[in-house]
Design a protein around this ligand. Structure first.
Ligand SMILES: [Zn+2]
Length: 440
């Protein structure tokens, strides 16, 4: 009964948050799994032609870049023609941000968001409203393929509260209703002390989640804490991992710790959730209704079994179109059909995106991913690297733009101090010209 109420409440709040119509996209995503591979390819191609035409006629960046190579979209463009187009890099996104905004999408229809920060080039971009709704719906379509329904109770082990949405803010009654409808219990993993994890364990014992969802490294810390302290096991039917690489030892640990099936998702801040494991767990299925996903090795399509760079064309975003976007992630290519029967394209494994953890002298930990978000407001810092060789100190190497005011570095160190607390000594090293924003 409470599940039904939660599902109804969830729909009400989704409408209030501007996602009216999301169920149509959820249904479209689900329907794709029953269509033929030929039909899916045809739909992707239609969506690609629409996007390329839109980008060429309304986005200065693409008009200039494609004119320079003699390319103009037409009704005869094939999926393979994508390979003729130049890549969109993270530097392009930052340095040509204004030129990448479509002139046809009015400002009132644009929603700002931030790219992921794994390479030191984090910047802002826009989504149009239709894209937000479609992405929201298709993401639920993906989660439902994995057996997770809206309204099911979820233990969330997640990053900053800014990412957690309106369920975690607002007036008390509305907030309580939202919390009931979203059915989340949240452990903010920015810093997890033993006391935090003990309190969270107590909350989950009463909450009895159906799903555990979050960063693999943070879930691992929590699972190990439960085992080390010999606490009552938390059982959950499904564990969803996202944002970081999931290691096989972590998958086994989560199955043992929570007694459930572990699903790996490929999601990013730029595109949302675009690939997922089915219950066979033999690689990823790509949501071909929302992206064209290429895996490139030395600039050519990777052969089955070869590792390469993931390049994404987002079929949904018309405000800041991402066409052949070099994500910085890596995966192993595949051309096999999954024996679950899904016709969606597949790739074998996600090979990149490992994020580590900073250990604090008091036994607490800081999710390495959180360091990426620190520099959002500090574009003068172009690259950063964090190294922890001792339990009592953290080394920080950064590269700043020439002529940057020294106060920017002071602000950066203050941000790091606020995140990790007073116990670690921060050592500012460098600048090192080869530094990258790598995590601890
Ligand atoms: Zn499958």
């Amino acid at each position: 009964m409470s599940g039904l109420l939660r599902r109804s409440g969830y729909r009400v709040f989704a409408r209030r948050d501007g996602y009216a119509g999301w169920t149509r996209h959820r249904n479209a995503m689900r329907a794709m799994t029953t269509q033929s591979a030929f039909e899916i390819r045809r739909q992707s191609l239609d969506a690609l032609r629409r996007l390329l035409t839109h980008a060429f006629s309304t986005v200065p960046f693409y008009r200039d870049a494609w004119t320079a190579i003699g390319f103009a979209p037409s009704a005869h463009v094939a999926l393979d023609d994508l390979q003729r187009l130049p890549m969109l890099t993270k530097n392009d996104l930052r340095d040509r941000k204004e030129d990448l905004i479509s002139l046809a999408v009015p400002e009132r229809d644009r929603h700002i968001d931030l790219t992921g920060g794994t390479t030191g080039t984090q910047t802002s971009f826009y989504r149009d409203n239709a894209c937000r709704v479609a992405r929201f719906g298709r993401q639920w379509g993906i989660l439902e393929q994995c057996g997770y329904q809206p309204g099911q109770k979820r233990a969330l082990i997640w990053g900053s509260h800014a990412d957690l949405g309106p369920a975690h803010s607002g007036l008390s009654l509305r907030r309580a209703l939202r919390r009931f409808a979203s059915a989340d219990e949240t452990l903010c993993c920015t810093v997890m002390t033993d006391a935090d994890m003990r309190a969270y364990h107590q909350r989950l014992c009463a909450f009895q989640p159906a799903v555990v969802y979050g960063y693999p490294n943070a879930i691992e810390q929590f699972a190990r804490f439960i085992a080390r302290e010999r606490l009552k096991p938390i059982t959950a039917g499904r564990i969803f991992c996202t944002a970081e690489r999931l290691l096989e030892r972590q998958r086994e640990l989560f199955q043992r710790a929570f007694g459930g099936d572990v699903f790996n998702l490929y999601c990013s801040r730029e595109h949302g959730c675009v690939a997922f494991e089915c219950s066979r767990h033999r690689g990823f299925h790509v949501d071909a209704g929302s992206v064209v996903l290429e895996i490139l090795r030395d600039g050519r399509p990777a052969r089955p079994g070869e590792e390469g760079d993931i390049v994404i064309t987002d079929l949904l975003n018309y405000a800041t179109p991402f066409i052949r976007y070099a994500t910085g992630d890596r995966a192993t290519a595949s051309n096999s059909r999954c024996d679950c029967g899904s016709p969606l394209p597949t790739f074998e494994a996600l090979d990149g995106r490992t994020a580590d953890i900073i250990h604090l002298p008091n036994g607490g930990v800081v999710a390495g991913l959180m360091l990426d978000d620190l520099f959002t407001q500090l574009p003068e810092i172009t690259h950063a690297q964090f190294v922890q060789e001792h339990l009592t100190s953290l080394d920080v190497n950064v590269v700043v733009k020439p002529g940057t005011d020294p106060s920017i570095e002071i602000a950066m160190l203050a941000e790091i101090r606020e995140l990790i607390g007073p116990e670690l000594t921060i050592r500012r090293l460098g600048p090192r010209p080869d530094a990258r924003r790598e995590r601890c």
